[in-house]
Ligand binder design. Sequence first.
Ligand code: ADP
Ligand code: MG
Length: 210
Amino acid sequence: MAHRDAGFVRRWLTEAARAVERDADRLTELDSAIGDADHGNNMRRGALAVVAALEKEPRTTPGAVLLLAGRTLVSTVGGASGPLYGTLLRRAGKALGDAERVADTELRDALRGGADAVAQLGGAAPGDKTMLDAVRPAVEALPDYAAAGAAAARGAADTVPLRARKGRASYLGERSVGHMDPGAASAALLFGALARVAAAEAAAGGVSDG
Ligand code: ADP
Ligand code: MG
């Protein structure tokens, strides 16, 4: 199994930022249907801040990269998604500690802990029509990165018929049915980016099993 270094996590988050930039308008459109039309802007602001922070303060371990990114999201994103995504990444970063290279299963376990922390912070259960409905299946598909990307996309699509029970969309009750959850859509971007970066690394010869 491959091991991943700080560069891998940096490439992941940079690719995710690019995807958010590309799809920001769609995220805002989704949020305008069942929220307050700011999710694309929130995610764009956070993504730009993360990329800037990673350039300004180079980190040499996967854990430190995730911690810095998570801390940056919490401090720059005003909406609910900032503290939630920030918690996901910070908790994962903390779990990885200061190891210079981590196994794919360790990264998976760290992200699973991050998802647990998001559930604890926001109180959302599976099927509540939140970002967790994309994050959870993605994490469970790891360490198969391609499967994780696909599972997140499917999880996001599967939020369409759900009724929101957490966050702003829950105020709409039945009227939240029939729309994709914006946070689940952005989580699909995050794991889609992870899948692409892992595929690129594999194509380049991958990281040897050390
Ligand atoms: P806000 O709701 O404050 O405007 P955003 O629009 O940036 O923040 O993010 C909305 C997204 O955050 C939702 O689509 C949902 O996926 C996610 N979210 C909101 N509340 C929760 C929660 N309690 N648990 C998990 N995710 C949540
Ligand atoms: Mg919003």
